[in-house]
Design a binder for this molecule. Structure first.
Ligand code: TTP
Ligand code: MG
Length: 413
C-alpha cells in the first residue's frame, strides 16, 4: 500500500496574526494578545516580531513590556478567532473529506481518501498556505508525515511559515536524537518519569523493550510509548465534518403542574441550562445565540432569540441570556406550562479561548464539576441555586438521568 500522507496545519502566532490581519497598522509590529491590562495577566500569544524580543506565551505582561516597551497590547476577542478558524477549517474540508480539528488553530488532514481534491501533499500544502496568506494575510506551518504523530512533529520544526515533509523511511533518523517531549503526548510529567530511567531521546526510547515499558507504564501506556519511540501512531484522522454539524442544542421541560412562581420557573430554567451546557461541553461546542421558549397554561407559546457578544458554553451564561429574554417578554405573572432553552450558531473546538482570568477560574470550576458529574451522575454537583431551591426536588426527579444528589455547591454566582 502506498504511504499515507497526513498533513498537520498550525497557524503561526494565531491570535496575534488574526489581529494583524484585521488591523494593517499592527502588521510587522510586536503585538501581544492578552486578557487584561493588570500586570498579573499573562501573554496569550505574541506576534513573531514580539517573540524576537523574548516574549513568550504564558509570560506575565509586566515582564513582556520590560523586554519590549513598545509592544502593542491587544485585548483578546474570542469570537473573532473562532470565526477565522471556522473559515479556515471549512476551506481545508474542501481539499479532503478527512479533516480533524485538533485545536483552535490546528487541524490534521488526510490525503488518502478518494474524494480528495489534491493527492500530492506538497501541492496541497502550497494551496493551503497561499489561501491563508491571500484570504487572511498571515502564515501557517505545515508538517507532512505518514501519521499524525510525525506530521505534528514536522509542523513544529520550521516555524513560522514552515513546510516539512518527513517520509516513512526518514522517521528513524529524525527521531534518533530528538528529545522525547517533542512528541505530542509526552508532557513534563511523563518526560520526568522517562528521564528517571535514563530515557531522554526517542532513540533511547526505541531501544527499550516492550516488556520493560509495560512493566513501568502499564499495558496501554507501555505499548503507546513503544510505538512512539518508533514513530508509529495508530490514531486515525477523526473527521470532524463527517457528522453533520449540530445546528443547535437545547432542552425543553413540561412542568408537573402549571405555575407562575418565579423561583420555580427559574429553578427549572437553570437545570435546563445546566443540561444544555453539559451537552455543549461534551461535544466541545460553544454557541452564540440563545433561544428561550415558553408555553403558558393556555398553550400560547412564545420564543425569542438573543445573540451573545461572545461564544458561550456555561450554564450561568446561558441562564443570564434566557432570563433577560424572559423579563423582556413582560409576562411574569402568567402561569407557565413548559420551558425550553437552546444554544445555536455553534462552533466546535474553540475552547482554548479563555483569556480573561475570571473566565479561566470559572472554566476550571466547570470542568471539575463536569468530571464529578460524569463519574457519579448528572446533578451530583449542581449550583446551589438549584439544590437550595424549594422547587428543586420534583424537577430534579424529572430531569436527572442517573445518580444521586450528594453535594451542594454553595459558591456559584
Ligand atoms: P498555539 O498554536 O500554541 O500558538 P500560536 O499559534 O500563538 O503560535 P505558534 O506559531 O507557535 O503556533 O496556540 C494557538 C492560539 O491559542 C494562540 O494564538 C493563543 C491561544 N493560546 C492560549 O490562549 N493559551 C495558551 O496557553 C496557548 C498555548 C495558546
Ligand atoms: Mg499556532
Amino acid at each position: 500500500m502506498d504511504e499515507r500522507h497526513i498533513l498537520h496545519i498550525d497557524m503561526d502566532a494565531f491570535f496575534a496574526s488574526v489581529e494583524q490581519s484585521a488591523n494593517p497598522f499592527l502588521r510587522g509590529k510586536p503585538v501581544i494578545v492578552g486578557g487584561n491590562r493588570t500586570l498579573r495577566s499573562i501573554v496569550a500569544t505574541a506576534s513573531y516580531e514580539a517573540r524576537a524580543f523574548g516574549i513568550r506565551t504564558g509570560m506575565p505582561l509586566g515582564q513582556a513590556f520590560r523586554l519590549c516597551p513598545h509592544a502593542i497590547l491587544v485585548m483578546g476577542d474570542t469570537s473573532k478567532y473562532a470565526d477565522t478558524s471556522r473559515r479556515i477549517f471549512t476551506f481545508l474540508n474542501e481539499i479532503s473529506p478527512l479533516v480533524e480539528i485538533f485545536s483552535i488553530d490546528e487541524a490534521f488532514l488526510d490525503l488518502t481518501p478518494r474524494g480528495c481534491l489534491i493527492r500530492d501533499p506538497i501541492e496541497a500544502a502550497y494551496l493551503i498556505k497561499s489561501m491563508i496568506r491571500f484570504d487572511f494575510h498571515f502564515t501557517c506551518s505545515i508538517g507532512i508525515g505518514p501519521n499524525k504523530l510525525i506530521a505534528k512533529l514536522a509542523s513544529e520544526m520550521e516555524k513560522p511559515d514552515g513546510l516539512v515533509w518527513i517520509r516513512k523511511k526518514e522517521v528513524q533518523g529524525v527521531l534518533e536524537k530528538l528529545p522525547v517531549d517533542k512528541l505530542c503526548g509526552i508532557g513534563p510529567h511523563l518526560k520526568k518519569r522517562l528521564a528517571h530511567i535514563g530515557i531522554t531521546t526517542c532513540g533511547k526510547l526505541r531501544r527499550i523493550s516492550l516488556k520493560t515499558l509495560t512493566k513501568r507504564f502499564g499495558i496501554m501506556g507501555g505499548r503507546r510509548l513503544y510505538q512512539m519511540g518508533r514513530g508509529i501512531s495508530e490514531s486515525s484522522v477523526m473527521p470532524f465534518f463527517s457528522e453533520p454539524l449540530a445546528k443547535s442544542m437545547g432542552h425543553v421541560h413540561t412542568l408537573s403542574h402549571d405555575t407562575s412562581d418565579r423561583e420555580n420557573i427559574e429553578t427549572v430554567l437553570l437545570m435546563l441550562c445546566e443540561k444544555v451546557a453539559r451537552r455543549l461541553r461534551e461535544k466541545n461546542f460553544q454557541g452564540r445565540v440563545v433561544t428561550f421558549v415558553i408555553r403558558f397554561s393556555d398553550f400560547e407559546t412564545l420564543s425569542r432569540q438573543h445573540a451573545q457578544p461572545h461564544l458561550i458554553d456555561r450554564a450561568d451564561e446561558i441562564l443570564k441570556a434566557a432570563l433577560k429574554i424572559f423579563s423582556e417578554m413582560g409576562c411574569d405573572h402568567r402561569a407557565v406550562r413548559m420551558l425550553g432553552v437552546s444554544v445555536s450558531n455553534l462552533v466546535q473546538g474553540a475552547r482554548q479561548l479563555d483569556l480573561l482570568e475570571e473566565d479561566q477560574s470559572k472554566r476550571r470550576l466547570t470542568e471539575t464539576l463536569d468530571e464529578i458529574n460524569d463519574k457519579y451522575g448528572e446533578f451530583t454537583m449542581a449550583p446551589a441555586a438549584i439544590t437550595r431551591s424549594r422547587a428543586y426536588e420534583p424537577h430534579y426527579d424529572a430531569l436527572k438521568t442517573k445518580g444521586k444528589l450528594t453535594h451542594r455547591l454553595e459558591t456559584w454566582d
